[in-house]
Design a protein around this ligand. Structure first.
Ligand code: AMP
Ligand code: ZN
Length: 115
């Protein structure tokens, strides 16, 4: 498993930084965003380090599918299956943590829809 020592989400996956944990699976860790933008705002993070979702999809399709399935399961649990998935990719698009992650947003969402 690849990890990067000074990566925030690798450190969370390793249990070195406390979070409000939602669920852990073989391939993913899910926890509440520290700065929620919706009633439900959960981050689903692969255990392996890849810098963004596209890189993860190329490097490990199985983990990518596991991440998507876990996002759905959490949204089913917490938001009646009604949810928005956000994958910011690149600093100019708002990515601040360069370890792939899905934002699962549900309930009252405080960020506008694109378009
Ligand atoms: P992004 O801007 O798409 O890279 O998303 C990174 C997200 O990580 C932001 O929504 C932050 O609020 C969230 N975040 C940063 N540090 C923590 C932390 N220690 N625990 C939980 N969420 C965090
Ligand atoms: Zn990482």
């Amino acid at each position: 498993m690849s990890t990067i020592e000074d990566c925030l989400f690798c450190r969370i996956v390793a249990g070195e930084i406390p979070v409000t944990m939602v669920a852990e699976t073989e391939h993913t860790v899910a926890f509440r965003d520290i700065n929620p933008q919706a009633d439900v705002h959960v981050l689903v993070v692969p255990r392996i380090h890849e810098p963004d979702i596209g890189s993860l999809a190329t490097a490990d399709p199985d983990v990518t599918i596991a991440l998507l399935a876990e996002a759905r399961r959490i949204a089913d649990d917490e938001a009646g299956g009604q949810y928005r998935l956000v994958f910011n990719t690149g600093a100019e698009a708002g990515q601040t943590v360069f370890h792939a992650h899905a934002h699962v947003l549900g309930g009252d969402i405080h960020v506008p829809l694109p378009g």
